[in-house]
Ligand binder design. Structure first.
Ligand SMILES: NC(=O)c1ccc[n+]([C@@H]2O[C@H](COP(=O)([O-])OP(=O)(O)OC[C@H]3O[C@@H](n4cnc5c(N)ncnc54)[C@H](OP(=O)(O)O)[C@@H]3O)[C@@H](O)[C@H]2O)c1
Length: 311
């Protein structure tokens, strides 16, 4: 039996978290149409046992951190992982900007928005999976990470992580500081972030797969039908259960704006140990992990038989 909990930093948490990105207005921009409903959803997640929440200064920008601050102000039983090092352009574009001054400012903003004196987990967003032109592309990760280590020593940050990191970046980061979590893209149809998974297992670092449901694209994948039928589960639940079984350090952060989907996703943990080894193998082998690596985002397209291809 694989456990559905892991120690993240100093806290034992349920491995199924929640990703807040889509709680903003459309296009991950501005406040949600119904702010009270967004806060209600966060509170429902906490009631259902979700202890780990994913956010970033770039979501909104600053909107998801403000929602989390309003929902969870003063709660010490929940962990929020927040990414710094990405900005939004006025045209709503995504820009990796992990210059030391940006990272320092974003930590200050996150402290204000999350209404806390200490941030649980700050990830440094790297450009590993190619978000486009970046003002920080020539700056070595040691510079912004050095700033975060300094802020950690001052007590503003508890734990540090990386997002969009390969094994080389992880090794360089570990020279400077312990790393608690890596957040990379990884799901049933896109294994781009896998290269660091073995190191995460070796060092007990949480591997946080972002887009765990491939932003909804996995939900009608034919490979999920048989196990879903056998276990009377939904495809989303099988997809998340497979992630939980894929590694004991896997901490998925599915996003949803629907309380019904939230409840469904959280219930998926109970199916993880019910999947057979053969079912796990079939789902794992759906995509070759051997050649998977970060770099430009994998484009997922569907052909007429509804199978998923990467090109
Ligand atoms: N590090 C990075 O660069 C990075 C990049 C992207 C995302 N992230 C993080 O990853 C988190 C998750 O990503 P995501 O929310 O974009 O994608 P996701 O979790 O892969 O999928 C979310 C999508 O699936 C749908 N969905 C969720 N549960 C469902 C269910 N049970 N049944 C049917 N549909 C369901 C949602 O729609 P409904 O709202 O209708 O449920 C939504 O469209 C984000 O919130 C963010 O925190 C990080």
């Amino acid at each position: 039996m694989m456990t559905m909990q892991m120690t993240l930093g100093t806290a034992l948490i349920n491995r199924l978290g929640y990703g807040t990105m889509k709680l903003t207005g459309p296009g991950v921009w501005g406040m949600p149409r119904d702010e009270a409903a967004a806060i209600k959803l966060l509170c429902r997640a906490a009631d259902l046992g979700v202890q780990f929440y994913d956010s970033a200064n770039a979501y909104g920008p600053r909107v998801t951190n403000q929602l989390l601050g309003k929902a969870f102000h003063g709660r010490t039983d929940l962990l929020i992982g927040n990414k710094v090092g990405a900005e939004r352009g006025s045209d709503r574009s995504w820009i990796v900007d992990n210059r030391p001054e940006t990272v320092r400012r974003q930590v200050e903003e996150a402290l204000l928005d999350l209404q806390t004196e200490t941030l649980n987990l700050i990830y440094l967003r790297l450009d590993g999976d190619g978000h486009g032109p970046s003002p920080s592309k020539d700056i070595p990760l040691e510079e912004p990470l050095g700033v975060l280590v300094e802020l950690q020593k001052q007590g503003q940050i508890q734990h540090l992580g990386l997002s969009g990191a390969g094994p080389e970046e992880l090794a360089r980061a570990l020279v400077l500081t312990p790393i608690t979590a890596i957040q990379n893209r990884f799901n049933l149809v896109d294994r781009s972030g896998i290269e660091v998974l073995a190191d995460c297992e070796r060092y007990g670092i949480a591997f946080v797969p972002y887009w765990p449901l491939a932003s909804g694209k996995v939900l009608d994948h034919p490979s999920l039908t048989a196990p879903a039928r056998r276990l009377e589960a939904t495809p989303a639940q099988i997809s998340l259960a497979w992630l939980l079984r894929r590694s004991p350090v896997m901490v998925p952060i599915p996003g949803t704006t629907s309380i019904a989907h939230l409840e469904e996703n959280i219930a998926s943990a109970r199916f993880a140990n019910q999947l057979t080894s053969e079912e796990i193998d079939t789902l794992t082998k759906l995509v070759s992990e051997r050649d998977a690596h970060l770099a430009s985002p994998a484009r997922i397209t569907r052909d007429t038989t509804n199978s998923v291809k990467r090109d």
